[in-house]
Design a protein around this ligand. Structure first.
Ligand code: COA
Length: 161
């Protein structure tokens, strides 16, 4: 059991947060999303990017320590991107972001949650397994960087079953 260092609150990302989120994204991934990708999701009506930020509320203006991007289409959620500041990991921030999305979408009649993860990404796989996701398929060579397989993980109803 790990405790959050200080107070963290969750809020929706806006274009004002782009520079800070891009800096974190670049530290977190070998193949980071570009500014254009974040901008596209900020204007996509099906997309939401949830931020974890230091402080009790938005008024505190604390640093962004993590985020989770997803699409919500009908009764399905697709998790697109999750990252936590390397200096703030193993404190439950990703679990907090994920739990918030799972809980709120369940009350909106969502029945399927899915995502893709690098086969070698043990930290993320354990995070998702702990939230009830399971591996249902593999996409060989899906990630161009490192030519690595993607595991498709699903929670809830597997599409097509
Ligand atoms: C994956 C990532 C988002 C996890 O963020 P985090 O805030 O450190 O995760 P949490 O503290 O909420 O951990 C929740 C659970 O996930 C698992 N987990 C997280 N990091 C882990 C690690 N380094 N090794 C093993 N398990 C890990 C554990 O089960 C953990 O529970 P526990 O701490 O009680 O054992 C973070 O490591 C990260 O940003 N990685 C780089 C970006 C990335 O790979 N994103 C996922 C793309 S699919």
């Amino acid at each position: 059991m790990h405790r959050l260092a200080g107070t963290i609150h969750l809020e929706a990302m806006t274009s004002d947060d782009l520079d800070e989120v891009l800096a974190l994204e670049t530290r977190a991934f070998p193949d980071p999303w570009t500014r254009a990708q974040f901008e596209a999701e900020l204007t996509n009506p099906h997309a939401e990017i949830l931020l974890a930020r230091r402080g009790i509320s938005t008024q505190d203006g604390g640093a962004i320590v993590g985020y989770l991007a997803y699409w919500h289409i009908l009764d399905e959620i697709q998790i697109l991107d999750v990252a936590v500041d390397p200096d703030m990991r193993r404190q439950g921030i990703a679990r907090m972001l994920l739990a918030h999305v799972l809980t709120t979408s369940a009350t909106q009649d969502c029945v399927t949650w899915s995502l893709e993860v690098r086969a070698s990404n043990d930290a993320a796989r354990r995070l998702y397994e702990g939230a009830g996701f399971r591996v249902v398929n593999t996409r060989p060579g899906y990630y161009a960087h490192g030519k690595e397989d993607a595991l498709i993980m699903v929670r809830g109803t597997v599409p097509g079953t």
